[in-house]
Design a protein around this ligand. Sequence first.
Ligand SMILES: [Fe+2]
Length: 305
Amino acid sequence: MRAINEYTITDAAIDQMAATPNPRMRQVMESLVRHLHAFAREVDLTPEEWLEGVRFLTAVGQKCTAHRQEFILLSDTLGLSALVNALHDKRVSETVTKSSLLGPFYRQDAPMMKLGDSIISRCKGTEVVFYGRVIDSAGSGIPNALVQVWEPDETGNYDLQKHDPSVMDLRGCFRTDPEGRYYFRGLCPLGYMIPMDGPVGDMIRAQKRHGYRPAHIHFVIGAPGYRELVTALYVAGDAHIDSDTVFGVDESLIIAVNKSDRSSPLPNLPSIHYDFRLAAARDQMSGRVGADPSQVTSRVVEGGA
Ligand SMILES: [Fe+2]
């Protein structure tokens, strides 16, 4: 019989998983156990701290609903989401638009709108036009690409945080024209504090972090034959552009608001111009990456029933 001690426990746990038929699952779980055990040894984890960790993760799960995803928020604030995005971006050789965080507030059922429409239905603030093209790595326009957008209101809240889920504001879907162009009206992006009324907020306060995200607007862009892009545009000059609580900002995603833009399709409004470059889909890269967080909860409920 193998003696179980602080070192042999790792191989003992991994040996029991050796018959896992799915090779990727086996690889991921073996590595997870190795790193989890190394972490516990490194910090000399005590039973009280282990229990505190169990309590924290339980609270994170209990905070989740179909319209609130505390686990995504936890992943975002630990930098894991940004790391996964960086690994995802590394899998293409072409120079394309970088990924940024999906975050917890995407909805796949936002209304379909016509180019030039406004996504503002309730809130107040400065209206701007967002415009540009969806292009491939060679610069050719991608017609009929689906451009999904969402942004917070003038109080820094998404519709899901303020209203019944049947109410939608500041989100919409658009199709690019035959040249790959898109344009729509929305609110000039604003920054906000991440939801602080749950266990992730407790963690942020305990770490003396400010909890803010710089002004941004989210995009999910897809077209047949291209890898779906989940990204966001960040407004230059925001006080938190260099200290985003969820590490979403990349220099290539920072934009400026142009107050006098003659090239804009709506030249009387301030404009934000950006061309999104998509990578061609290849095998394992063609899957959706912009999944609606509410689907996670519904799958868990169905699975647990
Ligand atoms: Fe956001």
